[in-house]
Design a protein around this ligand. Structure first.
Ligand SMILES: NC(=O)c1ccc[n+]([C@@H]2O[C@H](COP(=O)([O-])OP(=O)(O)OC[C@H]3O[C@@H](n4cnc5c(N)ncnc54)[C@H](O)[C@@H]3O)[C@@H](O)[C@H]2O)c1
Length: 324
């Protein structure tokens, strides 16, 4: 099935998950416009599509009205039919230090995107939500019914944005799916930021033979989901009716300790990096893993890339990125 008549807006499409979603939507034949302020994303992530006739890049900011910024892309490809909304301030510690900025980007930004959707009769918005909405003390595995009681402004704003999505659906008929991602990893995840995912940081250090620091005792767990699996879930919800009106966890259902992941990374990278332990960081949760029932039932979702395979792909990317 091709989607040559479907014009999709991907906010934050120059970022890590957004750019993989763009790759998939382009491969499916959609017309794709990316709106991004390049605060953490890069045009290099979109280099394959730069001159493609179905692709447009729009420099723009979701904290402003995006109508004017979108005008040229709409004139070229026609009205927007569907929106994948990734643009966000993604660092939990920054949200704690500066909750107002987090509200401006993550909550007001989402509301601006919803306003655009309502005024332009966009059929559906898929929202990049997060497992950060859950109560740290919620028993694992977390399901969508688990207690949502965020421990950070980032989580609060993701949760509030979900409530806005539901409100716009009820009032204006803008359909939505909110996908609560677990820990996403894969190529293009920037390892240089202190707030990057643990896998991108550890692979980067292991490839360079540099010391790896594990906070706490390393027995804390995460549910790591590979980025192309996440992009698949987004595209399924975005391009049809699957998951309409639903909030769905996206992960693998597999719980892995940080010690296990470190050992696997060191083996794969044939690295002699030293491993040191440091005190636990405030706000880091002990166990994190999702149930898969709702994602499977509503989206037919299943993670296809297992951890070892995903780490292999990511390590190959880290090595290429380091050599260029
Ligand atoms: N990576 C994860 O593990 C994870 C987990 C849960 C949820 N999420 C969510 O998924 C989405 C994508 O995350 P990512 O890991 O790809 O991060 P990322 O930083 O790579 O991508 C975010 C993109 O949004 C852009 N952006 C930021 N502020 C903007 C603004 N005001 N206007 C326009 N563009 C702006 C950035 O330049 C970047 O390209 C985010 O909404 C994030 O909260 C990510």
């Amino acid at each position: 099935m091709t989607f040559s008549d479907t014009h999709v807006l991907v906010t934050g499409g120059a970022g890590f998950i957004g750019s993989h979603t763009v790759d998939l939507l382009m491969a499916k034949g959609c017309k794709v416009s990316v709106l991004d302020n390049l605060s953490s994303g890069t045009l290099a992530n979109l280099a394959s599509w730069e001159n493609h006739p179905r692709f447009a890049f729009v420099g723009g900011d979701v904290t402003q009205d995006i109508t004017e910024a979108m005008a040229a892309a709409v004139a070229r490809h026609g009205p927007i039919h569907r929106i994948a909304h990734f643009a966000a301030q993604t660092a939990v510690p920054i949200s704690i230090d500066n909750p107002v900025t987090d509200i401006e980007v993550n909550l007001c930004g989402t509301t601006r995107v919803l306003e655009y959707a309502r005024r332009n009769a966009v059929a559906k918005v898929v929202f990049a939500s997060s497992s950060a909405v859950y109560d740290d003390d919620a028993p694992v595995p977390v399901s969508e019914e688990s207690s949502a009681r965020p421990s950070s402004p980032y989580g609060i704003d993701k949760l509030a944005a979900e409530i806005y999505l539901d409100y716009y659906a009820r009032l204006y008929g803008v359909k939505f799916t909110a996908l609560r991602f677990m820990n996403v990893y894969g190529p293009r995840q920037d390892p240089s930021s202190w707030y990057s995912g643990v896998i991108s940081i550890f692979l980067d250090r292991a490839a360079a033979g540099e010391q790896i620091t594990i906070f706490d005792d390393g027995e804390q767990t995460r549910d790591f989901v590979y980025v192309t699996d996440v992009a698949n879930a987004v595209a399924t919800a975005l391009l049809g009716n699957a998951g309409d009106g639903a909030i769905i966890n996206i992960g693998t259902g597999v719980e892995v300790t940080i010690n296990e992941i470190t050992r696997t990374i060191l083996t794969l990278a044939k690295s002699r990096s030293a491993v040191q332990y440091a005190p636990a960081r405030a706000g880091d949760i002990r166990r994190s893993v999702t149930t898969m029932d709702k994602a499977t039932a509503l989206l037919g979702f299943q993670a296809h890339i297992n951890l070892r395979e995903g780490l292999d792909h990511t390590l190959a990317w880290v090595r290429t990125a380091k050599s260029t």
